[in-house]
Design a protein around this ligand. Structure first.
Ligand SMILES: *[C@@H]1O[C@H](CO)[C@@H](O)[C@H](O)[C@H]1NC(C)=O
Ligand SMILES: *[C@@H]1O[C@H](CO)[C@@H](O)[C@H](O)[C@H]1NC(C)=O
Ligand SMILES: *[C@@H]1O[C@H](CO)[C@@H](O)[C@H](O)[C@H]1NC(C)=O
Ligand SMILES: *[C@@H]1O[C@H](CO)[C@@H](O)[C@H](O)[C@H]1NC(C)=O
Ligand SMILES: *[C@@H]1O[C@H](CO)[C@@H](O)[C@H](O)[C@H]1NC(C)=O
Ligand SMILES: *[C@@H]1O[C@H](CO)[C@@H](O)[C@H](O)[C@H]1NC(C)=O
Length: 371
């Protein structure tokens, strides 16, 4: 019997972290000056209080557990996960007018990634709607992260090895679709944005990631021609979750892709009236966050100036100026449940202690033999 081998390309999810920069961990305040918030002072004090609370929580872990033990790590993870959710609570309370900004979206994806959670709808106003414009980030980072993290749960689409049944051409058609849909969806969402500030582990940037995928697809004899025809065939034949009609072929990207424009926010507010009838709202996020929040009232001086994301860095959200926001009455009524829930994360404390990491795809080559 002749044994034939196909080089299978499987996609796995790994954590990736930024190269070192000033503020680069999950609990970073991405809007460190409270720029543009309805209640900047309340926003900053909220962040400060939550940090203190997290430190207290962690020291309680140390009192009842030996450092480094699994129970200690589980305890610390729970503190950190609560902290990440708490930060979102601060935005809803004091900076809800800027929830389409790059900084809020980074806060949301820091929560998901730092807690090891797949993106879901627990975080209010995230991702921003397609038509978000005032006070909105130039790239829908929720879509970027959503597409990357969706791959982690990916039972989506066809199993290329099975569907190919040893046929090389079919196999590569399918692989071209499989490895390209997150890239295609991200470029459809953010064709102009420079996403090189989003770094994979070992400093692999999004552009470099695209290059690596292209390398994996090099054996395709027709250079992934299936991708030159729009998204239809990849959807109809292989069922991969392409969004939009434009497909991007990593082997022949237009010169302008990936984009080079720094992330920025447009001027204005997502809204000037909090979009909820109730004065107090209950916010619940996995695994253990429940808080009653009273959104601060809108002040006429809030917002207006576009928050800026300086340079190429989205890691730390350097700001150029503080808006002259007058402080509305802080409503620090938010309370959170204590960190008692057990963590689902196994690698305790490791991610939280390190730099900001975003989930991403790793290409794992494997050899599949069909006999
Ligand atoms: C992570 O960010 C928090 C909040 O900004 C800060 O207190 C902490 O020192 C940072 N940790 C590291 C390792 O940079
Ligand atoms: C992926 O990106 C597209 C835009 O190209 C968006 O419509 C879709 O919701 C994103 N998917 C996820 C899971 O976030
Ligand atoms: C499949 O195609 C690649 C690239 O052309 C080639 O290296 C490989 O040997 C082929 N495999 C089979 C089983 O034909
Ligand atoms: C491109 O689309 C046309 C029309 O839908 C189809 O006939 C053709 O086979 C497609 N080509 C590829 C490479 O998928
Ligand atoms: C995609 O193409 C179809 C058919 O040509 C069209 O009806 C649809 O509006 C297009 N969708 C987008 C997002 O452009
Ligand atoms: C909202 O919450 C505050 C503080 O907990 C409380 O004093 C107030 O009565 C609540 N208002 C309503 C309408 O529930």
């Amino acid at each position: 019997m002749v044994s034939r081998c196909l080089t299978a390309i499987s996609v796995a999810l790994i954590a990736f972290s930024s190269t070192a920069q000033a503020q680069t961990n999950f609990t970073t305040n991405w809007n460190p000056l409270g720029e543009g918030c309805v209640d900047s002072a309340g926003f900053l004090s909220c962040y400060g209080e939550r940090e203190t609370k997290a430190e207290t929580c962690t020291s309680v872990c140390a009192q009842s557990n030996t450092k480094g033990t699994p129970s200690y790590n589980t305890c610390v993870d729970a503190c950190n996960e609560l902290w990440l959710a708490d930060n979102i609570g601060c935005w809803i309370q004091s900076c809800w007018n800027q929830v389409y900004s790059c900084a809020y979206q980074l806060t949301a994806l820091s929560y998901f990634d730092g807690s090891g959670l797949a993106q879901n709808s627990d975080v209010p106003f995230y991702p921003p709607p397609n038509d978000a414009s005032a006070g909105a980030c130039s790239c829908n980072l929720g879509y970027v992260y959503g597409n990357l993290s969706a791959v982690s749960t990916s039972t989506q689409g066809s199993n290329c090895e099975v569907i190919a049944g040893g046929n090389n051409a079919t196999f590569y058609d399918c692989e071209c679709c499989e490895l390209s849909w997150p890239i295609s969806n991200i470029l459809n969402a953010c064709p102009k944005s420079d996403l090189s500030g989003i770094n994979f582990e070992n400093g692999v940037s999004f552009p470099t990631y695209i290059t690596r995928i292209a390398t994996q697809l090099t054996p395709s004899t027709d250079k992934c021609a299936i991708l030159n025809n729009g998204t239809e065939t990849c959807i109809s034949d292989y069922n991969f979750p392409y969004a939009g009609n434009t497909s991007y072929n990593p082997l022949s990207l237009p010169a302008a892709e990936p984009g080079k424009e720094a992330l920025s926010n447009s001027a204005g507010n997502a809204f000037t009236v909090f979009p909820s009838a109730s004065i107090n709202l209950t916010l619940t996020m996995a695994p253990s966050y429940t808080s009653t929040i009273t959104p601060a009232s809108f002040g006429a001086s809030a917002s207006a100036d576009p928050q800026s994301i300086a340079g190429t860095s989205i890691m730390g959200g350097t700001t150029t100026s503080i808006s002259s926001t007058t402080t509305t009455t802080p409503s620090n009524t938010a309370t959170s449940s204590s960190a008692t829930a057990t963590s689902t994360k196994k690698s305790a404390g490791v991610k939280m202690g390190g730099n900001l990491g975003l989930m991403a795809l790793a290409v794992v080559p494997a050899v599949i033999c069909i006999s």
